[in-house]
Design a protein around this ligand. Structure first.
Ligand code: ADP
Ligand code: MG
Length: 227
């Protein structure tokens, strides 16, 4: 528990830092990007290659800063009664096109009469989006992702199951630690932020994974309890 406490302290500090720094980084980045685009469109072929590389590196900084900003969002900023069904229908509309593009099949099964939970619907959307995007990214063409929403005792249970690459056993305890990623273009921040948001909702996340077979993420969030 001491280790856990220390980790949550660290996260709080990261959050405060991120809030103040992220905005400061974004403005100069925007002008940097503008000039790079200008040079790119006026450059010869060789310099275009370099400008393109620089632009994609600027994009990468932008992505990391965006994810950091999310982490920095004040806690319980917009907690209210939230309809999970509605949230998922909304979400699926967002990820459907990505799934189609990657040739991955998405299915959603929601029990009727899921009680409302007390939470921040934007943050929760971001969380589920993160898990679903990870699932899509883990799948190759022809992958299958099954999402189910049901109730377990006083919890809403959300399962996101994919038949993708799975997670190596010695990676399982590293996922969710800052900057741990196995992707060329990953930030390794998504799971850390998601876990933080879920724990702000008094919920839990569990990963089960077999390399080569797939991964199931199980999220429990209590309902009818004010966070
Ligand atoms: P990123 O997606 O930027 O790499 P995340 O924090 O979202 O960062 O995920 C960290 C790592 O956890 C990923 O790089 C990947 O190795 C692993 N991971 C997460 N979800 C899955 C999944 N559904 N299947 C396989 N690996 C996963
Ligand atoms: Mg991710």
């Amino acid at each position: 528990t001491e280790e856990l406490l220390r980790n949550s302290d660290k996260l709080a500090i990261i959050g405060q830092l991120a809030a103040s720094i992220a905005h400061e980084i974004r403005n100069p980045l925007t002008s940097l990007k503008g000039f790079l685009q200008f040079f790119y469109s006026n450059g010869d072929e060789l310099s275009r290659n370099y400008y393109e590389l620089m632009l994609s590196e600027v994009e990468r900084i932008n992505l990391i800063v965006s994810e950091f900003l999310l982490l920095a969002k004040p806690q319980s900023s917009n907690f209210k009664e939230t309809e999970i069904n509605e949230l998922f229908n909304h979400l699926l509309a967002l990820v459907d096109s990505q799934a189609i593009m990657e040739n991955v099949e998405l299915s959603l099964e929601i029990d009727e009469e899921i009680p409302k939970i007390y939470g921040d619907s934007n943050q929760l959307k971001q969380v589920f989006l993160n898990y679903i995007k990870n699932a899509i990214e883990a799948c190759s063409t022809g992958g299958q992702i099954d999402i189910s929403v049901s109730t377990k005792l006083d919890m809403v249970e959300i399962k996101i199951k994919d038949n993708g690459s799975g997670i190596k056993e010695d990676h399982l305890n590293k996922i969710g630690t800052p900057f741990f990623t196995t992707k060329e273009k990953g930030t390794g921040l998504g799971l850390m932020i998601s876990e933080r948001i879920i724990s702000n909702h008094k919920g839990t996340v569990r990963f089960e994974s077999k390399e080569g077979l797939g991964t199931t993420v199980t999220i429990h969030i209590p309902y009818q309890k004010k966070a």
